[in-house]
Design a protein around this ligand. Structure first.
Ligand SMILES: CC(C)(COP(=O)(O)OP(=O)(O)OC[C@H]1O[C@@H](n2cnc3c(N)ncnc32)[C@H](O)[C@@H]1OP(=O)(O)O)[C@@H](O)C(=O)NCCC(=O)NCCS
Length: 188
């Protein structure tokens, strides 16, 4: 693993180290494989199924944002690595940086189902928020989540995010139906 380790954290339950690090090309392909899971579409609201060589398209998909104050900018995409695994189990992305407002949108996805519901998502979100506030000097981090995605909403709440708006029937799913979207925010 690990092109460049940016952030390191310990998973307290087992003492396992978790890293957020820049992702190499073949590791993104590993994430693409993990994302070829139709059940993710209903949780994320976009078509997560890409061919293994569609790395640029996959990056564009995970970098897209929905919050109104977000702006076109270079996203920061980090792989979520465990010291016990050679490949990333998921990713975290800061995107849509608005440097006038010092704001950005965050997305966390634990793609490897073996590692969901163990507390890693929350740990990753906590760490990236700390990085965004302390190192990048951001003042506001938002997240846009489908109202039906309770796990993700709960994860954000546990890290301190509050719901600022619910946009009913605002998000178009890949099959064309409109669903409700929750906007959440954490300010420094
Ligand atoms: C949503 C997501 C990022 C959350 O990450 P995660 O690591 O699974 O989340 P956590 O483990 O931190 O918390 C999830 C739940 O597991 C529970 N949990 C955490 N550690 C646990 C443990 N050791 N034993 C049992 N349950 C545990 C939490 O209490 C939480 O429960 P809740 O949903 O009832 O509040 C991840 O599940 C995921 O990527 N899912 C698929 C796609 C998705 O929805 N992504 C987010 C899009 S915005």
């Amino acid at each position: 693993m690990k092109a460049e380790i940016i952030l390191e954290e310990e998973y307290k339950a087992t003492g396992t180290k978790l890293f957020l690090a820049s992702i190499e090309h073949n590791h993104i392909q590993h994430l693409i494989k993990l994302a070829q899971d139709l059940s993710l579409i209903d949780l994320l609201g976009w078509n997560t199924v890409f061919e293994i060589n569609e790395v640029e398209k996959f990056i564009a998909a995970i970098s897209s944002y929905a919050l109104p104050y977000c702006r076109k900018s270079q996203p920061l995409i980090l792989g979520v690595y465990l010291e016990t695994e050679d490949f990333p189990i998921g990713y975290v992305v800061l995107k849509g940086f608005n440097m006038d407002l010092l704001a950005a949108e965050v997305g966390v996805v634990i793609l490897d189902p073996r590692y969901r519901k163990k507390g890693y998502g929350r740990l990753v979100l906590r760490r990236i928020v700390r990085y965004a506030f302390d190192e990048l000097q951001l003042k506001k981090i938002g997240s846009s989540i489908l109202l039906s995605n309770k796990t993700s909403i709960n994860m954000c709440k546990k890290v301190g995010f509050v719901v600022t708006e619910i946009l009913y029937k605002s998000w178009q799913m890949p099959k064309g139906d409109l669903v409700d979207m929750v906007l959440m925010e954490l300010t420094r």
